[in-house]
Design a protein around this ligand. Structure first.
Ligand code: GLA
Ligand code: ZN
Length: 682
């Protein structure tokens, strides 16, 4: 097993702590320690937005107050996740070096404001960050309390200043070498957009070039690379001075501004900030959506434990409706993350500030300031459960035999495409439709991108894999040939990595042979239009027909066998679902988008065939995830009940409740409850 924080290998419980806002209130800082212990906290994240306190004047560092806090926490059994302060710069810096501030896509420099408002290229900003990070690493790198570096905060956004334009041009020159190659990759004869000099190249934006699709993609790829490079530069002194302390950066939910998979090598540990819209109108889909987001982040390092760096113990003040978490939901939401492989439950924020835009954001400690509150009690309950579960679960892995291909570049390409359903191509909805059966049946699944290693999986789902890149055609061919089961859906294999359409038939890169078919046209349906898939060859558990919406590929079969056909329209009778045997494996093609029951039944049949199902059948809105101790082989099944009412499950013989270490045959789970059980003695 590999722990996320080897220095303190335990499930972490704590949150973002901002003592820098309370330095004139020593009584409150003292009280914090008492309350943290009462809430069962063992970690705090410090220094995230404290640059002005750490360097009140250029070159004059003041770390004494921070050291006093870290020492006091440590003396009370609370470890520190130490942040670099680059998420927000001090006003003296913006005033003296305006170039550290970002330039918007209209060419205007943004004034000193907000946070994350920094240029990724600015040598001054990079130098200032390097210097303060070096000083922090020197001062705290050997401190026994510091278990993890939290690099910056939620990297995101882009800068269009001249320095960034220059860097973009350099990046393009390195990639394409010649303008000729670039023009070919951009299909730039279109609308006479051919570049005749490198200096003509400019970042893409609504205000500027956005009709050359591969330029738009390159700008996004560049922004990701620049951010990774920035993080690398930030982390460099830390890695040099304290190589044994792991680094992370906190990510955001399915955020598409960056390709997070490119952060794989720079993060020792992955972490993300989780703010679901609990109890919203779409409550049925919120647990599924959240589960998918957990799985996406973990899959950057497949199987490995990760950290939930932030979550709100109550209302989240930037959501459209800032609803309170209903009693019990905090426990469920916290342990859902653990079920998906998190080794922590951390909050934004420990204590509500008195002012600023986050003064109403949920916190463990309210303005009231004491522990006799509903939220505090719920947080404390999570603290004591984590403490009890820690010896069993901490460091355990998340084994998955199935994966869904979620590739951010594919998402970018789909979202900018003109055709089918402009404004909303429904890609993320389709992804979620394929994901939902994994949630409902309790099957562990990874979300991998096209650069990931696919060899360990038995089932691979490729929803709308419109763009093929990173040799995915060849990888999929090998995967199926060697015995894997592939499910690919409509409008896949249309463009290559330059967003240029394949010639000679789709899906491209040899997939016509693997799937045994060719797709000729794709019909986009109006929102109210429906077609029907009539099942002609049923897999176990499938219904006679399913409703179709949104998209229908018109396909012609070579070696594939039809499993369903369209019920109406001019393409009635053409195949809507097919299967092809290729090598030792099987490749299915779902030629259209269907009602959710189809995905449940079809994937349910494949789960059964491939023996992926857990040994317990699950009622509605109840799921289970499995974690495994790779040293001992012990498995832990973490059942989650997203209903507000209790349920009862029959377990196979000989299972044990991990928390009480007592045998259990019938498992009762209260409304919004979680139970952890193991097939073997713990
Ligand atoms: C993000 C940030 C935090 C805080 C929370 C509020 O996750 O990282 O600093 O602003 O949002 O939900
Ligand atoms: Zn810039």
């Amino acid at each position: 097993m590999k722990h996320t924080t080897p220095k303190f290998p335990a499930l972490l419980h704590g949150g973002d702590y901002n003592p820098g806002q309370w330095l004139d209130r020593p009584d409150i800082l003292e009280q914090d320690i008492v309350l943290m212990k009462e809430a069962g906290c063992n970690v705090m994240s410090l220094g995230i937005f404290d640059w002005i306190r750490l360097e009140p004047q250029e070159g004059r560092y003041d770390f004494d107050w921070l050291e006093a806090i870290i020492d006091r926490l440590y003396a009370n059994g609370i470890y520190t996740v130490l942040a670099t302060p680059s998420g927000a710069r001090p006003s003296w810096m913006a005033q003296k070096y305006p170039e550290v501030l970002r330039v918007g896509n209209d060419g205007e420099r943004i004034l000193f404001s907000g946070r994350h408002n920094h240029c990724l290229s600015s040598p001054v900003y990079r130098k200032k960050v390097h210097d303060i990070n070096t000083a922090l690493a020197k001062r705290f790198g050997a401190h026994p309390a510091v278990i993890l570096w939290h690099i910056s905060n939620e990297y995101g956004g882009e800068c269009h200043c001249e320095l960034c334009q220059e860097n973009f041009r350099k990046w393009l020159k390195k990639k394409y070498k010649t303008l000729d190659a670039l023009n070919r990759a951009y299909w730039s004869a279109f609308w006479s957009h051919t570049y005749t000099d490198w200096s003509q190249l400019h970042s893409s934006s609504e205000h500027g070039e956005h009709s050359i699709h591969n330029l738009v993609l390159d700008w996004k790829r560049f922004t990701t690379d620049m951010t990774v490079d920035f993080m690398k530069a930030e982390a460099a002194p830390i890695r040099e001075i304290c190589p044994d302390i792991p680094v992370t950066t906190n990510m955001m939910e399915l955020y598409s501004g960056l390709n997070y998979y490119k952060f794989k090598d720079i993060c020792d540990v992955l972490s993300w900030d989780n703010y679901p819209l609990w109890h919203s109108e779409g409550e049925n889909s919120v647990p599924i959506h959240t589960a998918m987001a957990h799985d996406m982040i973990r899959s950057i390092h497949p199987g490995k434990p990760w950290l939930m760096m932030e979550s709100s113990p109550s209302a989240t003040n930037w959501q459209p409706v800032c609803k309170l978490r209903r009693p019990g939901m905090h426990m469920l939401a916290s342990l859902q993350a653990v079920a998906h492989g998190s080794d922590s439950v951390q909050y934004f924020q420990w204590r509500k500030g008195r002012g600023g835009s986050e003064k109403f954001h949920g916190a463990v400690v309210d303005h009231y300031g004491k522990s006799d509150t509903r939220v505090f009690r719920e947080v404390s309950a999570v603290g004591s459960r984590l403490k009890n579960l820690s010896p069993s679960l901490c460091g355990t892995e998340y084994p998955a035999k199935a994966a869904i291909l979620y590739d951010v570049e594919n998402r970018w390409a789909i979202e900018q495409m003109q055709g089918l359903h402009n404004g909303n191509q429904g890609y993320m909805e389709e992804l979620e439709a394929f994901y939902a059966p994994f949630f409902h049946r309790g099957v562990n699944v990874d979300l991998v991108d096209m650069e990931s290693d696919l060899s360990g999986y038995e089932l691979l789902i490729a929803p709308m894999l419109y763009m093929f890149r990173a040799g995915i055609g060849e990888k999929l061919r090998r995967f199926v040939k060697e015995g894997g089961t592939l499910v690919m859906s409509c409008f896949s294999g249309i463009v290559d990595e330059n967003d240029l359409c394949y010639l000679g038939g789709m899906p491209g890169e040899g997939m016509m042979e693997v799937l045994g078919l060719r797709s000729e046209e794709t019909d986009a349906l109006y929102p109210q239009d429906r077609n029907t898939a009539l099942i002609t060859h049923s897999l176990p558990g499938m219904k006679p027909s399913y409703e179709i919406h949104s998209l229908c590929d018109l396909i012609h079969l070579s070696t594939a066998k039809p499993l369903a056909e369209y019920g109406k329209d001019f393409y009635a009778g053409l195949p809507a679902l097919t299967a092809n045997t290729f090598g030792k494996g099987k490749a299915y093609y779902v030629a259209c988008r269907m009602e959710s029951a189809f995905y449940e039944d079809f994937l349910g049949a494949l789960f059964q065939e491939l023996s992926l199902l857990p040994p317990v059948s699950l009622p509605e809105k109840v799921t289970v995830n499995t974690r495994i101790n790779s040293d001992t082989g012990a498995a832990y099944y973490i059942f989650q009940n997203f209903n507000s009412f209790p349920i009862l499950l029959d377990l196979p013989e000989g299972w044990t409740d991990t928390e009480t270490n007592t045998p259990v045959s019938q498992l009762s789970i209260e409304g919004y409850g979680v139970r952890v059980v193991s097939p073997s003695q713990c």
